[in-house]
Design a protein around this ligand. Structure first.
Ligand code: TRP
Ligand code: ZN
Length: 467
């Protein structure tokens, strides 16, 4: 509540300095909604359906690690922007036994990952509910760059990771980042196993042979940030106080075979406090981390509870994934081509941390990268201009993305730069954004024309001259 008050004061301050409120992302839904089965994202146009928005997912799943067997029910509350004869969910693999819409059995068909639902007599615009009963053996999903996501089995269970599209391997969902919703996870596992997901632990009920862990993620979340992790874990519970006085509960789960990540767990509250001073209040009501032996080769900023294949205090991953809680998770891209809004900021957050902890300054990071020859992979494609999904996690997105922010800082000065960054996080808290909105905000705060700078750094292949 305190945080809400802080937010509205900030909004008032914004209005009184003549900064005009940014356009809501509603234009996106209207424009993208003309085609059935199109989510509106330009990189994965077959993911999602822009004609409705999900309010909440309630995911009940029963999982047996030794057989990789899943039995699940997902209940969705959604709002249709118009009357619909049919609508699409995304679900890859698994068998669907039944779909109910507003409590009535509905016809459905499957084509690749499209699960098309045709309610009898169609749907009126407005609120509707969907219940999907499904199960089977959930699978990994291999991305265009060869990396693994989706339902990833481990030695003693599984971890589900969803960037960019893998959540459809276990939740029938409107699987596009522009549709954020609230989640409840009810995870039933053999007693003796632990099960975590995003958000706050509501209950842990021992039913004898099985135990049900219920987690609730009350802040809107993109599907790609949903996670579950099931296995044999050590569970650590603590708390930290946010800059605005809230008590943030911390739940961390570390695989029993992989060490207890003590150094990283000790550092987490310090990283949050450091970033709150730079970016504003921590945007969520829970925190933590998960360390598991899902062999994917990357960490992931799963909301409130990032995943690490391993984590030490010294590597930048803890700082990076924690910064994503503001940039990417709370303030979420609508279109994957804007992923630099997540990765550029998270990388820049690492530079800011380094500078305060005896490492290179942002200017030194920038200069080192700027020395990359013009032929280097850093310079093409430009951060927002890739056409191949294999370039989503490339050096232009991360490093040139962070360099873009440093170029902005040099142009507007440190005071305005951090004002822009904080306003970006506050104004768009729990929201959905596009790059153009950041350009407008930066121009309004600084009083300068900045579209040439952003165009040079984000859209033009090749090495920007004169920096
Ligand atoms: N978004 C993750 C991060 O920066 C990284 C990531 C997710 C990734 N999927 C990937 C990196 C696939 C390489 C390949 O924290
Ligand atoms: Zn990242």
């Amino acid at each position: 509540m305190l945080r809400r008050l802080g937010l509205s004061l900030a909004t008032l301050a914004l209005a009184s300095t003549g900064v005009v409120a940014l356009a809501p992302p509603a234009a996106y839904a209207a424009q993208a909604g003309s085609e059935a089965g199109a989510g509106g994202d330009t990189l994965f146009p077959r993911q999602g359906d822009a004609r409705y928005q999900v309010r909440s997912y309630d995911v009940s799943l029963d999982y047996t690690p030794v057989t990789n067997r899943l039995t699940a029910t997902t209940r969705i509350v959604a709002v249709a922007a118009r009357d619909l004869g049919r609508f699409d969910l995304d679900l890859e693999g698994l068998d669907v036994s039944r779909v109910l819409v507003d409590g009535e059995q509905a016809a459905f068909s499957r084509d690749g990952h499209e699960l098309t639902v045709r309610p009898d007599g169609g749907l009126d615009r407005g609120r509707f509910t969907v219940r999907v009963d499904y199960g089977g053996e959930p699978q990994e999903h291999i991305d265009p760059d060869g990396s693994t996501e989706g339902w990833v089995r481990t030695a003693d269970g599984a971890t589900a990771l969803g960037e960019p599209v893998g959540t459809m391997t276990w939740i029938p969902s409107n699987n596009t980042p522009g549709d954020k919703a609230r989640y409840t996870f009810r995870l039933t596992v053999p007693t003796g196993y632990e099960a975590t997901a995003n958000g706050v632990l509501v209950s842990q009920r021992d039913e004898g042979l099985t135990t049900t862990w219920t987690w609730r993620a009350d802040d809107p979340m993109a599907t790609y940030l949903a996670m579950v992790s099931i296995g044999q874990f050590d569970v650590f519970e603590s708390q930290t106080e946010s800059v605005d006085g809230r008590t943030i509960p911390i739940w961390s789960f570390t695989d029993v075979t992989g060490g207890d990540a003590a150094a990283a767990r000790r550092l987490l509250p310090k990283v949050i406090a450091f970033q709150e001073r730079l970016f504003g209040p921590y945007p969520f009501d829970a925190a933590g981390l998960v360390v598991d032996d899902a062999d994917v080769g990357y960490a992931l900023e799963t909301q409130t509870r990032p995943f690490y294949p391993s984590v030490g205090a010294a590597d930048g991953a803890l700082v990076h994934e924690t910064a994503h809680q503001w940039f990417g998770d709370s303030v979420t891209l609508v279109d994957w081509h804007d992923i630099w809004l997540a990765e550029g900021f998270a990388t820049y957050a690492e530079w800011l941390w380094d500078a305060r902890h005896g490492g290179d300054t942002p200017q030194e990071h920038f200069d080192d990268l700027y020395d990359t020859p013009a032929s280097g992979a850093l310079w093409r494609p430009a951060p927002t201009e890739f056409t191949d999904a294999a370039d989503l996690f490339g050096s232009p997105v991360y490093n040139r993305g962070a360099m873009t922010l440093h170029a902005l800082r040099k142009e507007v000065g440190g005071d305005d730069f951090f004002r822009i960054v904080r306003l970006w996080a506050q104004r768009n808290e729990d929201g959905s954004v596009r790059t153009a909105q950041l350009v407008r905000l930066a121009e309004r705060v600084s009083g300068r024309e900045l579209s040439p700078l952003f165009r040079t750094w984000l859209e033009k292949a090749g090495k920007p001259a004169g920096y």
